[in-house]
Structures are given as structure tokens and as C-alpha cells.
Design a protein around this ligand. Structure first.
Ligand SMILES: CC(C)(COP(=O)(O)OP(=O)(O)OC[C@H]1O[C@@H](n2cnc3c(N)ncnc32)[C@H](O)[C@@H]1OP(=O)(O)O)[C@@H](O)C(=O)NCCC(=O)NCCS
Length: 260
């Protein structure tokens, strides 16, 4: 039989039943936590107890980080323009880029390749620093000594048995940056999740997905708050106090362009 155009190995309907990765959906309801169901749908198999606890911890660690990050600004600004909840949340998700959230994907790739590489940690770090390329998963606007979320996730990784070569590599990179730069560029929460998710055998191409899944509840809360407690259009700048014009001063349109 010819291959069909739309194929999936995720979900199947058999008569009136829905099966997720081969398991009856109704058997999952009430028996699996949300994080366990996420593990199943991403990995295709059920998690063991340690995997379940680690997944829960990773998602909880990124649920929100205040009103200031670009995604929340985007989400609340779009909602403030008179849009509905889904539009605001989608705007927030679109703000996830290489400097915010999206770093998780790059960091997973960096860590997975680093662990397999023949190069030493010192060589890898020096390549990035000499080319002034940011090392994904490292550095933070606020945290300059350590990222407390990283500290907690690494403690849990040790407790649950996921502190292996990927976590070790990530922490060695942090030390090596300090050695070479004389400045601490912390392993941030994206880097920590990237290390642990790599340890759990997830493909780096799922990296952004981890951040999206964990942060969307925070975005929903922010957009809901904006829609229900703030006036529409309140998310505009005070042009005088908060903005600076950097262009040419007012000038006359040349005579040859004037038609009226
Ligand atoms: C998050 C980020 C934008 C913060 O940048 P920042 O506030 O400018 O960081 P700092 O002011 O502390 O930077 C201090 C120095 O460290 C360097 N630095 C910062 N992050 C770095 C990184 N990931 N790799 C290498 N060098 C880095 C800066 O270039 C700067 O160097 P300089 O003193 O020689 O000019 C930045 O660290 C980054 O792009 N990280 C990678 C992406 C990432 O993981 N993002 C997720 C954040 S949760």
C-alpha cells in the first residue's frame, strides 16, 4: 500500500477510543500527572519515578520569571491592544528567541555535542570566547554569581540520578569560563534544563518545547491579569520619559517633492 501523506506515531483513534503512544487516553486520565503525560507524548514511553520527578521540577522551575522578560512584555502589550487571551499568549511564545528561552535548544545542542567532542572543555570555551560568541545556556541579566534555579535543579539531578556527563560538562564549562575570562558567567536555568534533559536522552531539537511547555502557564496568567485588571491600551510608553529620539531633527520637505 502506498505511504499516506499525513503520518503520525503519536495518537490513534480505534473505534471510539483515543490511544496516546499506544495507551488508552482514559487510562492515563487520573493515573498520570501532567508532567508524566508530557514525558510520554514527547518520548513515546512512560517515565519511571525519577524521570517523573525530574520532569515536574524542570517545568516548575520555568513557570514564570516576573513581568520584565521580553515574552511577558510582548504578551501583555498585545493583549493591551485589545486582543484575546490566545493572541496575547501566542505573542509571548513568539518572543522566545536565542537570548530568552530559545537558548535551551542551542544549549542542548552545545552540551550534547560537547560531551561527544574530542576537544577539551578548555578548547571549546576558548573558541567561543575568542570569537565573542555567546555560549548558549550561560549568562544572565540578574544572576551574576549563580542562578538559584540551576542550583536547585542540579541538587535534584543528583538526588534523582541524572547528574551524569552532560551536567558535569555544563558545570565544567561554567568553571572554565571563569578561569579564562576572570568573570563568572553563570550556568542559567536554560542551561541547567538543557543539561538534565540531555542526560534524560531528549533530542536537542525539543529544547524550545521544554521552555514553551513550562512557561505557557505563566504567560496565560499574565495575559489574563492584563485583560481583567488593566485598562486597554495601558501598555504604551510615556514618550517623554521613557523614550529617546535618535534621528534627524525636524526639517523641511524639499521643494521638488511638494505637490500641495
Ligand atoms: C542572557 C544574556 C543576554 C545576558 O547578557 P548580559 O546581561 O549582557 O551579560 P553580562 O553583562 O553579565 O556580560 C558580561 C560579560 O560576559 C559576556 N557573556 C555574557 N554571556 C555570555 C555567554 N553566554 N558566553 C560568553 N560570554 C558571555 C559578555 O559578552 C560580557 O563580556 P565583556 O565583559 O567582555 O563585555 C547573555 O548572557 C546571553 O546571551 N547568554 C546566552 C543565551 C542564554 O543562555 N540566554 C538565556 C538567559 S536565561
Amino acid at each position: 500500500m502506498a505511504e499516506k501523506k499525513w503520518r503520525t506515531a503519536i495518537t490513534q483513534h480505534v473505534e471510539h477510543e483515543t490511544y496516546i503512544r499506544g495507551y488508552r487516553l482514559l487510562d492515563l486520565v487520573g493515573n498520570l500527572s501532567f508532567a508524566q503525560a508530557i514525558y510520554l507524548i514527547l518520548k513515546g514511553e512512560l517515565p519511571n519515578e525519577a524521570e517523573s520527578k525530574m520532569m515536574e521540577a524542570m517545568f516548575v522551575s520555568v513557570i514564570d520569571h516576573g513581568i520584565a522578560p521580553p515574552s511577558v512584555i510582548a504578551a501583555r502589550a498585545v493583549a493591551s491592544g485589545g486582543n484575546s487571551l490566545n493572541v496575547g499568549v501566542a505573542a509571548g511564545v513568539m518572543a522566545f528567541g536565542s537570548a530568552h528561552g530559545g537558548a535551551l535548544e542551542d544549549a542542548m545542542k552545545f552540551i550534547q555535542e560537547g560531551v561527544k567532542s574530542d576537544k577539551s572543555v578548555s578548547e571549546i570555551v576558548s573558541e567561543y570566547l575568542s570569537q565573542k560568541k555567546p555560549i548558549p545556556g550561560f549568562g544572565h541579566r540578574y544572576y551574576k554569581e549563580f542562578d538559584p534555579r540551576t542550583k536547585r535543579l542540579m541538587e535534584l539531578a543528583k538526588e534523582y540520578g541524572f547528574y551524569g556527563p552532560h551536567c558535569e560538562f555544563a558545570q565544567q564549562v561554567e568553571e572554565e569560563i571563569y578561569k579564562q575570562k576572570g568573570k563568572r558567567i553563570v550556568l542559567n536555568v536554560d542551561g541547567a534544563i538543557a543539561a538534565v534533559a540531555s542526560e534524560m536522552g531528549f533530542d536537542w531539537r525539543l529544547g524550545k518545547g521544554f521552555f514553551i511547555i513550562g512557561r505557557v502557564p505563566g504567560l496565560v496568567a499574565h495575559v489574563y491579569e492584563e485583560l481583567t485588571t488593566e485598562r486597554p491600551f495601558s501598555k504604551r510608553l510615556n514618550e517623554k520619559e521613557e523614550t529617546e529620539y535618535t534621528g534627524v531633527p525636524p526639517r523641511e520637505l524639499p521643494e521638488e517633492f511638494k505637490k500641495v
